[in-house]
Unconditional design. Sequence first.
Length: 302
Amino acid sequence: MLRHVTAGIDGSPESLAAAHWAAREATRRGAALCLVHAWEWHPRPAPSVPADMSERALAEDLPERVADSMRAAHPGLRVIGQALADSPVSALLKAAEQAELLVLGSRGLGGVAGFLMGSVSQRVVARALGPVVLVRVCGSTADEHFSAPDGISPEEIPGIPYRDVVLGLDTGRPCDELIEFAFDAAGRRGSSLRVIHAFSRPPEFTAADRTVPVSGPELRAEREHAVVAALRPWCEKFPEVAVTESVTEGRAADELISASAGAALVVVGRRIRESRLGTHLGPVAHAALHHAPCPVAVVPHA
């Protein structure tokens, strides 16, 4: 099977930003780019459908136009355009099953390209069995790299070092898929990996009828040891990746969003689980998707 990165497109600026980011990621991976546009047939076509054109023809035209644009902007990249007659959620979930990565556009505080956060995008991110990346519409190639010197041309930007990849790590449930994704992302970019772990001091608890205090320094040292232990095998597997750990007392979401300000990519995990209320993203992933200014990768894990 052809290795590929998939981007969901709908013609909006957000989805085009996602397509360009996916194209760059496909190039980094040595893979192809697949553009997926989902459309649903209606008995009475919308007014935007020309009288001399069918809904199918109009839907199939979009991925071809965007594919031509991607080929022009990313020479040498193999690009495939697909129009799928299906609901957006179903089409994107099926596409994600075949792809190394699914990429969607995001407006940040509010929604995702054509799929408002809380509807299609949230269901896709919460249900996809593979990693999903959300990309801001304002993102560009230059934003992934450190500031370029004055006078540098756009063609020279890829030669500027990448900004850090940031990983949000929960030492209570360290996950191989999540950690490997972050190390691999940093390795492909030749960037550093910054690992963020935040903890809250538990209340004093009673053991054997006496109160046992938990000191801040002791708890911090314990968490620092847990972070190092979780990362050790991956540091050995990816020796070229420089790693820095940040262990702080506070809210995990706040610390991660703060670290995302100067990052090329933020990587967070999502537990694969179903509840009576449906799928669940988790507070840290939810906060990152809404507030991190850089692309956010959500990696599902058991």
